[in-house]
Design a protein around this ligand. Structure first.
Ligand code: ADP
Length: 277
């Protein structure tokens, strides 16, 4: 059984333009899934179907094999936590600590469990020094971490992040990637994130869905998707710089292993060129 599945899902906003058309998507346990596509492809709209914020115009959304209904919406929202793109939409309490406690309080947990969850989310996101701060006065990257901590504190089994690196500086991106990479193996959490930054995808994801104009135009492993450069080009995205360079070298007949993750690409390049006379 899949944790999340959409079947032939279509959605039209009230402007009558189809934002999603015939989406078949599945997420299984402990997977790391990227939804890659340019702005306006429909990524946020699809995410909003995963916990019932939006209801399909046609087709189905199943969470743990069950269609989302009034009866199970509370459970679905505990199970699927969504971090939206703009942290200001998600942060509103007077202190960071209170903000992170908001979700667990709403779940009706006892005070001891709430305190424990808040502490562990604070430590997971490295927010110890910001505990008592006013969220409103934090930097964009700090706010983003607070928003993620608030969702993590609800202990969802599926963590959905809409453009999680938007507004982060390079150090912030690196920290976030390291955090997201550990979630499936350490906590059994499934991570689904959207991005238009192709270079992020091989660093975090095992599975990629490529979206364009409301449709999924390709899905598969990193190798399956990234070896079809024309698929990315059709959405006006391109391979990350190192894999792109390796592709060109291979086209020129250089014996070099294809690699998509930054560290693998670096190793490939070193191996290929340290052998040169
Ligand atoms: P992405 O997350 O990939 O950038 P979105 O899901 O935000 O894409 O948008 C998909 C399409 O739906 C776009 O054409 C966008 O203009 C449209 N759209 C998004 N939100 C709304 C809305 N609230 N009302 C009408 N159209 C919308």
């Amino acid at each position: 059984m899949h944790l999340i599945e959409t079947r032939n899902l279509s959605y039209t906003y009230n402007n009558n333009l189809a934002a999603l058309e015939g989406i078949d998507f599945v997420a299984s346990r402990k997977s790391r899934i990227a939804l890659l596509g340019p702005n306006g492809a429909g990524k946020s709209t699809l995410f909003k179907h995963f916990n019932g914020i939006l209801t399909p115009t046609s087709g189905e959304v199943l969470v743990r094999g069950e269609p989302i209904s009034k009866k199970n919406i509370h459970e679905v929202r505990k199970f699927v936590g969504i971090v939206f793109q703009n942290p200001d939409d998600q942060i509103f309490s007077p202190t960071v600590e209170q903000d992170i406690a908001f979700g667990p309080i709403n779940l009706g947990l006892d005070p001891e469990t709430i305190a424990h969850r808040v502490d562990s989310a604070i430590s997971m996101l490295g927010l110890e020094d910001l505990r008592e701060r006013v969220p409103h006065h934090l930097s964009g990257g700090e706010k983003k971490r607070v928003a993620i901590a608030g969702v993590v504190a609800m202990e969802p089994q599926v963590l959905v992040l809409d453009e999680p690196t938007a507004g982060l500086d390079p150090g912030g991106v690196e920290d976030l990637l390291a955090f997201l990479q550990t979630l499936p193996d350490r906590f059994g959490i499934t991570v689904i994130f959207s991005t238009h930054q192709v270079e992020l995808v091989p660093e975090i994801a095992d599975i990629v869905y490529v979206m364009n104009r409301g449709r999924i135009i390709g899905s598969g492993t990193i190798e399956e998707i990234f070896s079809h450069e024309e698929l990315l080009l059709s959405t006006r995205l391109q391979l990350p710089p190192l894999p792109r360079a390796i592709h060109r070298l291979r086209d020129e007949g250089v014996a070099i292993d294809m690699a998509y993750r930054y560290s693998d690409a670096e190793t490939s390049l070193l191996k290929a060129f340290s052998r040169q006379p």
